[in-house]
Write a new protein. Structure first.
Length: 132
């Protein structure tokens, strides 16, 4: 389910979509491009486990490879806020949207030194990204 404006990533169990998220390249008020992350959802029977995290972490890593900051927003009372922070998002602001508080988050572009350190870590650490 992709078009030139956005990319949807989905996780399926058999043929049923059980999780999805959307990434879209946008520009901020100064014209600087970034990747907007949103519409993350996990089907209710699959929530409260690790499936959502195991799906989201590699999806964000994939988007970071585009070399742009990844931004999102969420309600400060959303339990996922802690997970977003654990994935590397930093709070860059807050606002009110439609009368509700909103936290603005960003994963900045990594420096070349950080990329090299992560590359060495992932090359030396065996991981199984999506195991169900």
């Amino acid at each position: 389910i992709n078009n030139q404006e956005f990319e949807n990533l989905v996780l399926r169990d058999d043929q049923k979509i059980i999780a999805f998220c959307r990434f879209m390249e946008e520009k901020d008020g100064t014209g600087q491009p970034y990747i907007h992350f949103g519409a993350f959802n996990v089907d209710v029977p699959y929530q409260s486990g690790k499936i959502g995290e195991d799906f989201l972490a590699p999806a964000i890593e994939l988007e970071k490879q585009r070399g742009l900051p990844v931004r999102c927003e969420t309600n400060p009372s959303n339990p996922m806020l802690k997970k977003y922070l654990a994935l590397g998002f930093k709070q860059i602001g807050s606002a009110e949207e439609f009368g509700e508080p909103e936290v603005k988050l960003e994963i900045p572009v990594e420096s070349e030194i950080e990329k090299a350190a992560l590359s060495r870590f992932f090359l030396s650490t065996p991981i199984d990204i999506l195991s169900f």
